[in-house]
Write a protein that binds this ligand. Structure first.
Ligand code: ADP
Ligand code: MG
Length: 551
């Protein structure tokens, strides 16, 4: 493998982490590039894989303040051809081949450095055959046309996160990953797919829905289902697999319901007195027979029951069981909460999203997309979206706890776009709703056997709850904003200097991959693979729209 002609030589003073090398004349002036992989053959035996971290051209007649300073100043010709001029490069040492084992002995001065064709020798480099069961070959190492890296699906349960500013290619990247995750190699002629639930903030994944409606499936995934709010006209497109976002409050614990009502009203703040007051109110209603046991839905669906609730609230206030200011807030809270039904019909619409839906999704390996985009959620405020995610996260947590108790191993990937809106770091980003956050942190802290895996996507990683993020073990990092650099470096466990420099200048479609899912034991930059299904919704066509308006 590789070309036999060396491109450089190791100089004195190498460590097990890095080596300074000199370029051979034939390889000077452009043959080596930063980020390129090279192989040192140490003492003719051991092979060490390294990456060019920097290239430093040298010329002894162009040193600051040297004897030629005055000549340069006058723009006289300096006799450059007499000077010692050469190129150095610094290599970051990555591992011993085959299989990228840890380097225990540094390379020696005089060791030759060779080019290595990373696309031709995946097995020798990564220690993984192509194909291998459960391994996805993804993208291509930056600077190489066809050098995909191996990602293992065994790393999925440890949660992953995708970062990058708007337009850096996160959704495109996740789409490309989805395309791989519905075609997981199992054995010859057998492909598998992993069930997924996607919170789609901007209709980035609806192309997959349409594709599956038209083609009948998406890889090994038999059906993609789309959920839209009941007031959306989109409910009528592909009606067979489009469903309303409808919930059943009876699936919640009384405490969770009380929190939802309070937070929906307050825009996020969780007033303990109000939460406790609502709990008392509903317990009283049950005790007096206003509602049947745990039929919370009835309060907001049935006008008489709702009026009974307000009456009971007044009684509780009069008997001092609930303080009058608290009662007044609860009164407003209940009225506001009714809006989720009166304006959006999310309680009365059927079928509702309940536990059996999760059984169905995981049994049949479906992909379900909760479409929160403007077309699918007309006029729906963020607080209602947060409420829906709180509800769904509760159900998911209950169901996966059940599976675990029953020892039914199931797996599902829960992809959340705009994750900062659902599990916010309230210290820096106060969009409220701790309930979704609490459920998502509960999910994130379960071990790998829990089977419910999060994939959090965000343009502002430092706005995500640090506990949830600390549970993520794989990172796909696109171009990020300078304010997020130190935060991202910390959560992903550090990056080598040359990658760190790139964080804010990565081009669209370039992504740093690091963590448990990657079989490469160090962070790498890759180009995201081209998608099979076109990404239409992310595109804008301002010119076309302006032309149309001008007509
Ligand atoms: N690797 C890529 N190859 C081709 N087009 C891409 C690539 N990455 C992103 N795009 C396109 O660039 C635009 C922005 O990408 P997108 O994934 O929506 O960014 P983000 O989700 O980070 O805001 C979209 O139109 C998308 O289709
Ligand atoms: Mg996006």
């Amino acid at each position: 493998m590789g070309e036999r002609k060396p491109v450089g030589v190791v100089l004195s003073g190498a460590s097990t982490q890095s080596a300074v090398c000199q370029v051979y004349e034939h390889a000077e002036k452009g043959k080596l590039r930063e980020g390129m992989f090279l192989q040192i053959e140490s003492q003719g035996k051991r092979k060490i894989l390294g990456r060019v971290a920097s290239i430093i051209p040298q010329n002894e007649f162009y040193l600051p303040g040297d004897a030629w300073t005055e000549a340069r100043r006058k723009q006289w010709q300096v006799p450059t051809n007499l000077a010692r001029q050469y190129e150095l490069f610094e290599m970051e040492l990555l591992g011993e081949l085959p299989g990228l084992k840890e380097i225990s002995i540094p390379p020696y001065a005089g060791d030759n450095v060779f080019e290595i064709d990373v696309s031709k020798a995946p097995e020798e480099i990564f220690g993984v055959k192509n194909p291998s069961p459960g391994v996805i070959w993804y993208g291509s190492l930056l600077g190489y046309r066809d050098a995909p890296i191996p990602l293992t699906i065994e790393g999925i349960p440890m949660h992953c996160a995708v970062f990058g500013v708007t337009g850096s290619g996160k959704s495109y990247d996740v789409g490309a990953l989805i395309e791989k995750l519905v075609r997981i190699y199992s054995e010859e002629n057998i492909q598998l797919s992993i069930p997924m639930l996607i919170i789609d903030a901007n209709a980035d994944y609806i192309d997959y829905f349409k594709y599956s409606q038209e083609k009948g499936s998406l890889g090994a995934c038999p059906t993609v289902i789309r959920f839209v709010f009941p007031n959306s006209p989109e409910l009528k497109t592909y009606p067979k697999n489009t469903r309303p976002i409808a919930i059943n409050l009876n699936n919640l614990t009384l405490r969770d319901l009380a929190e939802l009502i309070v937070q929906y009203y307050s825009g996020g703040e969780k007033n303990e007195l109000q939460v406790a007051g609502i709990e008392t109110l509903i317990q009283t209603m049950e005790a007096r027979g206003d509602i049947t046991h745990e039929n919370y839905q009835q309060i907001f669906l049935d006008e008489d029951t709702f009026r009974a609730a307000l009456r009971r609230l007044d009684e509780l206030r009069k008997s001092d069981a609930i303080h009058s200011a608290t009662a007044a807030a609860i009164y407003r809270g209940l009225n506001k909460f009714r809006e989720i039904e009166n304006r959006f019909n999310i309680l009365s619409e059927t079928p509702r999203i309940e536990g059996d839906f999760i059984d169905n999704l995981t049994d049949n390996r479906f992909i379900a997309i909760l479409d929160f985009s403007a077309d699918a959620a007309p006029g729906v405020p963020l607080s209602l979206k947060q409420l829906v995610i709180s509800y769904i996260s509760s159900i998911l947590f209950q169901k996966f706890t059940d599976y675990k108790v029953k020892r039914e191993e199931r797996y599902m990937l829960f992809i959340i776009e705009e994750a900062q809106n659902y599990c916010p770091n309230l210290a820096v980003y106060n969009v409220g709703y701790s309930l979704a956050k609490e459920k998502l942190s509960l999910i994130s802290t379960q071990g790998r056997k829990f089977g419910l895996s999060l994939c959090l996507i965000s343009q502002r990683p430092s706005f995500i709850d640090p506990i949830v993020l600390s549970m993520c073990n794989t990172f796909f990092i696109h171009r990020i904003s300078p304010e997020d650099v130190s935060f991202v470096k910390k959560v992903c466990g550090g990056l080598p200097k040359d990658l760190e420099r790139r964080l804010t200048i990565l081009e669209r479609g370039e992504v740093i991959v690091t963590g448990q899912m990657s079989k490469v034991p160090f962070p790498v930059v890759i180009n995201v693979p081209g998608r099979e299904v076109e990404h239409t919704y992310g595109k804008t066509d301002v010119l076309k729209a302006l032309r149309r308006l001008a007509k």
